[in-house]
Design a protein around this ligand. Structure first.
Ligand code: ZN
Ligand code: FE
Length: 258
């Protein structure tokens, strides 16, 4: 049975270690910091068999080449981005079989945060980098609001029980924004209590689930009357489509100081 361990890096990054049916082998997701990963691997007596890379930002890739060299392991990454050391360039629908772990993942292309951003989906788990955060989503550094909206809708179509592993611990700040957007959402109030408890105990607020995100994440809730009304109030104009609501929320959040 698979399990996922986390390594903290920088301010708030998570580097995920995916363990499959063998107890001491892992795949590493988005190792921005090679030293942090090596320390965790040594401490836990784990051996990495591959690196999975969601997008080109340094905080997700800086450790790639040092780790690949030290352990002689492949790097799986997006075909549409320039990332040094990638050995397996992946596109939408590609399947990767990590035989040592007994796990396989399907590649989803998710443009928005960056243009070539991908996610890895398999065994009831989603590793989605900086596209979907718990109660939030990534900033639009390269893509358009329409691209990000399509990418998020694609993730919302995954089964509700899917465990969502994001690239950063942003949940509490995201909830502060979401409560302004949708103050009457009781699922959001419960999530706030849950997350404050997890963080107080030094635990991550992740993984989330697709079902929990559909209930709490304003960026997946442009169809909610209160979300729409508050987005319209914020921009001072009617918003015709869910995409318009999404784009207004993204701009609102960009300038939000909770
Ligand atoms: Zn990023
Ligand atoms: Fe990041």
């Amino acid at each position: 049975m698979e399990s996922v361990l986390h390594v903290r890096a920088f301010e708030d990054n998570y580097i995920w270690l995916i363990r499959g049916h063998s107890p001491n082998q892992v795949a590493i997701v988005d190792p921005g910091d090679a030293d942090a990963v090596c320390n965790a691997l040594d401490r836990l007596a784990l051996v990495p068999i591959a690196i999975l890379c969601t997008h080109h930002h340094w905080d997700h890739t800086n450790g790639n080449q040092a780790l690949a060299a030290r352990y002689a392991i492949p790097i799986y990454g997006p075909a549409n981005e320039n990332i040094a050391g990638v050995t397996h360039a992946l596109r939408e629908g590609d399947e990767i079989a990590l035989d040592e772990l007994g796990l396989a993942f399907t590649v989803l292309e998710l443009p928005g945060h960056t243009l070539g951003h991908i996610a890895f989906y398999g065994a009831g788990m989603l590793f989605c980098g900086d596209t979907l955060f718990s109660v939030g989503c990534g900033r639009l550094f390269e893509g358009t609001a329409a691209q990000m909206h399509d990418s998020l809708m694609k993730l919302a179509d995954l089964p509700d029980a899917t465990h969502v592993y994001c690239g950063h611990e942003y949940t509490l700040a995201n909830i502060r924004f979401a409560r302004n957007v949708e103050p009457d959402n009781t699922a959001l109030l419960k999530r706030y209590d849950e997350v404050t408890g997890q963080l107080r105990n030094g635990r991550p607020s992740l993984p989330s689930t697709i079902g929990a995100e559909k209930a709490t994440n304003p960026f997946l809730r442009a169809d909610s009357a209160q979300v729409r009304a508050n987005a319209e109030r914020h921009v001072g104009a009617a918003l015709d489509t869910e995409l318009d609501v999404f784009a207004a929320l993204r701009r609102w959040k960009d300038n939000f100081r909770g």
